[in-house]
Design a protein around this ligand. Structure first.
Ligand SMILES: Nc1ccn([C@@H]2O[C@H](COP(=O)(O)OP(=O)(O)OP(=O)(O)O)[C@@H](O)[C@H]2O)c(=O)n1
Ligand SMILES: C[C@](O)(CO)[C@H](O)COP(=O)(O)O
Length: 236
């Protein structure tokens, strides 16, 4: 059950309908546990207690049989939708059930980013006070970046890393703008790997809000132990 109408309130969408193939785990990676909670529960927990978050919509795989077993599934602020075959379709499925009279802003956060800290979320949420486009948490590239030849592991060239950022989540945008841009991108057959890409295709320039580099996305097997370490530091 969503809270009452709010002009600065935000609805969060957590796309959690992936299968985590790169993780090579026995279950979808969002259901791997760190401590007593799954990655998905950690990622929702990082959002739900912020005063601006009115509710969380989790996009689930059509054959998901795990979410409803989690304690968080009984939180009245949490609801679910069936996601799509791509991240963008899963996010759109979440946007589709948001009443624009309830909120003008939507935030999207990966189910596999459990290490988000309150300070970074707060800095992103502040965009609602002065931006009409929105933006995303991001962290400046620290390594030298290489562009490989297609389908080869040979360096084609180094990529200038000045002004190069890693896009993270959450990403925060006006509900109507994100919906419009995502739908246009899909209609144009564009591959969208984050929500900001859809706005960029629409000619907008989302704001980069510098966030912590330990807000990692658990993607490959070695990421789980690192996330566990970061979470242990977060609760210090
Ligand atoms: N059709 C999809 C694909 C991905 N996601 C979600 O988008 C987030 C980021 O995607 P990614 O890390 O790529 O997760 P997976 O797609 O599950 O991983 P992989 O690409 O390794 O299969 C994850 O929370 C994932 O559950 C989703 O909701 N719907
Ligand atoms: C949204 C994202 O986490 C920003 O870096 C990233 O694009 C997700 O990519 P994935 O392949 O869906 O994990």
């Amino acid at each position: 059950m969503m809270k009452t109408v709010s002009t600065t309130g935000i609805i969060a969408v957590v796309p959690a309908a992936g299968i985590g193939s790169r993780m090579q785990s026995s279950c979808p990676k969002q259901y791997l546990s760190i401590g007593s909670k799954t990655l998905l529960e950690h990622s929702i927990a990082a959002l739900i207690d912020h005063p601006a978050i009115l509710g969380v919509i989790v996009a689930l795989h059509p054959e998901d049989g795990r979410f409803q077993q989690l304690p968080i599934a009984r939180d009245p602020r949490v609801s679910t939708v069936i996601g799509g075959t791509t991240r963008a379709e899963s996010v759109l499925a979440g946007l589709a059930v948001i009443d624009p009279l309830v909120t003008q802003w939507v935030l999207v956060h990966d189910a596999a980013r459990p290490c988000l800290v309150p300070q970074d979320l707060e800095r992103l949420v502040e965009l609602t006070t002065h931006s009409t486009v929105g933006g995303l948490l991001a962290t400046p590239v620290k390594d030298t970046m290489k562009r490989a030849f297609a389908a080869e592991q040979r360096v084609q060239r180094s990529v200038e890393r000045t002004d190069l950022w890693h896009a993270l989540t959450p990403q925060l945008f006006p509900l109507s703008l994100l919906k419009q841009c995502l739908q246009q991108a899909l209609e144009q057959g564009k591959e969208i790997t984050d929500e900001a890409s859809a706005l960029e295709l629409g000619g907008y320039q989302p704001i980069l809000v510098e966030g912590r580099s330990d807000n990692l996305k658990v993607t490959r097997p070695e990421d789980l132990a690192l996330a566990e370490f970061y979470l242990s530091q977060k609760n210090q």
